[in-house]
Unconditional design. Structure first.
Lengths: 302, 304
């Protein structure tokens, strides 16, 4: 038992640490350094320019436009996704109460859960391309339906007034199912005798949901909030594939700004890294804020 | 107590007789009305989720003319030639194989490195353990965008740009934070008595890990393995940056994105729908078969 835990610690820890250090840590550290240079492209020299890139960021109208869109996502994506998720999860897990107290699923809840989760296993690229066709102004599923019932058929992704909201709808669509399952699992973990007591007190369904279920789910809601907030600061793949930030920058997001600045027609690596640093601090502060704002006493069922 | 899957929840109007102490009639009728509503809403969302997928599937059999003239119509024939065209001409078959090769490599590496590192963090005391652990796990919070530019050069300088090996190493490296976080929490929950008994019996530390601890951690390995498989299979940003040149080495997500672009020029709608169907079907089929494991695998990490 004495002969060596250290050989194991070293063989088990050093290879993963090396891999992580080379491909994850070192790029992140380098990015901070690159953000203080004016590096342009693959061979041009990189001079130290201090915080000049960050000063230019403040005057960059296109970036502020993207920040505004991410801010809208940051408010709407978690609120709507969690709202719908809780709504459907409570319908699925508590809808079938027939005199019995507790968490009882509606008929066919298994089938619903199976179907709701579909978008979660699909690649975001597939979701983006699929919805791009659904939104197609002439032969898309959506406009065919609208025309069928005699409603006007907008151009959706081609119209600066609707493009951003159309993508937001897809973001919500692709996330809700996951949170229905997540909240459902948390609801199943709530002890049944709590609901028996609530039933005996004659509480309505709405009271049960808002006064009992949601407070008991708060930990899970908090985690959902953080994940969705981080997702709202991204949105890159959907936007790039569906609208490429257009039309007229109406659906631009920070990630796309950064990507196009670095790998687009001009390769402004220094400036792009500065945008990346801003994203880093935004993500970090949003996560910390979400944790702080939603902090409550932890509930443990004994 | 009824469970979720029991189809015993008949319409409330007929049931509920002979159940003492469940209150008066009024609340029960309220539940009934709500039940109709809840089924309505649930059904609407189920349609919203399935209709677009079903539409793509059905459209993959249509001719371009049918797609353009009647989006709601059914195909006149089962045109599997659309699928064949996407599979060979748009090289979806090739990209499928490429994705499989890359993910097979990266998933193996992720699980091996993730399990070993997590085990050491969970079970052994050594200097700077906490520092290393938080260094690892902190990576979960970083947006990948910040790393993209330097990562491109790290990979290129290592001679791995446009190579699957580069992609495999990078996928594994970026999957490690969550994997280590999840598995070390899992290893901590395993009883220490078994490990102590094995060590007293003269079992070495390496044998202990591979013969005792790893088999005991199987449920955790399955969960995080499913999570990593899906996120690596669906990865798009990393290959887009690290696999830019050589088209024949692209992964599936890249191939589909390229198919969508070329479809825009050629107007080959049926080819695009067929490509999307080919991209969706295998993943959905695997999901339907292993629904329970996949759902709990994907949600387990969030509930920790």
């Amino acid at each position: 038992m004495k002969h060596g835990k250290y050989p194991l610690i070293i063989t088990f820890l050093v290879p993963p640490l090396l891999l992580y250090g080379i491909f994850v840590l070192s790029p992140y550290l380098q990015a901070f350094q690159i953000s203080t240079t004016n590096w342009l492209g693959y061979s041009a020299s990189a001079d130290y320019v201090g915080l000049e890139n960050f000063g230019n960021l403040l005057r960059d109208g296109a970036l502020w436009n993207a920040v505004r869109n991410n801010a809208i996502l940051l408010v709407l994506l978690p609120v709507l996704t969690i709202g719908l998720g809780l709504f459907f999860a409570s319908m699925l897990n508590m809808g079938g109460r027939r005199g019995t107290a507790g968490v009882v699923g509606v008929r066919g809840s298994g089938a619903y859960k199976l179907v709701y989760f579909f978008p979660q296993v699909l690649s975001v690229v597939i979701i983006a391309l699929l919805w791009k066709e659904v939104y197609h102004p002439n032969n898309g599923l959506l406009n065919a339906t609208l025309r069928g019932i005699g409603l006007p058929a907008p151009t959706w992704l081609g119209d600066p007034r609707t493009a951003f909201w159309a993508v937001l709808a897809v973001m919500i669509w692709s996330n809700v199912g996951f949170y229905v399952v997540l909240f459902g699992a948390a609801m199943q973990a709530i002890p049944k005798d709590i609901y028996e007591a609530v039933m005996l007190d004659g509480a309505s369904r709405w009271t049960t949901l808002t006064r009992v279920t949601i407070p008991l789910l708060w930990d899970t809601v908090q985690v959902a909030w953080i994940y969705l907030a981080i997702a709202a600061l991204d949105g890159f793949i959907l936007i790039q594939q569906m609208t490429d930030g257009g039309p007229n920058h109406s659906s631009d997001v920070i990630g796309l700004r950064m990507y196009n600045t670095a790998f687009g027609s001009e390769t402004k690596f220094g400036y792009a890294s500065a945008i990346g640093v801003v994203m880093f601090f935004l993500t970090l502060s949003v996560a910390v804020l979400a944790l702080r704002a939603s902090r409550r006493d932890r509930i443990e069922y004994s | 107590m009824t469970t979720v899957d029991t189809p015993a929840s008949a319409p409330p109007a007929t049931g509920a007789e002979g159940r003492p102490g469940t209150g008066d009639r009024a609340p029960r009728r309220e539940w009934g009305v709500v039940n109709v509503f809840s089924h309505g809403f649930l059904l609407i969302w189920a349609l919203l989720t399935t209709l677009p997928l079903l539409w793509v599937f059905i459209s993959s059999f249509k001719s371009d003319g049918e797609i353009l003239s009647d989006p709601w119509g059914l195909p006149g024939a089962l045109r599997f030639e659309n699928w064949a065209r996407a599979w060979t001409e748009a090289r979806i078959g090739q990209y499928f194989l490429n994705s499989a090769i890359v993910v097979a490599g990266s998933l193996t590496l992720t699980m091996l490195f993730g399990a070993t590192a997590a085990y050491v963090f969970a079970r052994y005391e050594f200097r700077f353990r906490q520092v290393f652990y938080y260094l690892f796990v902190g990576g979960m919070m970083f947006p990948v965008f910040l790393a993209l530019v330097p990562l491109f050069f790290v990979v290129r300088n290592a001679g791995l740009f446009n190579h699957w090996v580069g992609l495999i190493l990078v996928y594994a490296a970026y999957s490690l934070p969550f994997t280590v976080f999840f598995l070390s929490a899992f290893f901590r929950t395993l009883p220490t008595s078994v490990a102590e008994a094995a060590l007293i019996d003269g079992c070495g530390h390496f044998r202990l890990f591979f013969r005792v601890m790893l088999p005991m951690a199987r449920p955790g390995l399955v969960s995080v393995g499913i999570f990593n498989f899906l996120s690596q299979w669906n990865q798009f940003i990393l290959p887009q940056v690290l696999m830019q040149g050589d088209e024949s080495k692209w992964v599936l997500a890249q191939g589909l994105a390229a198919l969508a672009v070329s479809q825009g020029y050629q107007g080959d709608f049926s080819g695009l729908f067929a490509g999307l169907t080919l991209g969706m079907l295998p993943v959905l089929a695997v999901y339907v078969l292993f629904q329970r494991q996949i759902q709990s695998g994907l949600t387990a990490g969030q509930l920790k």
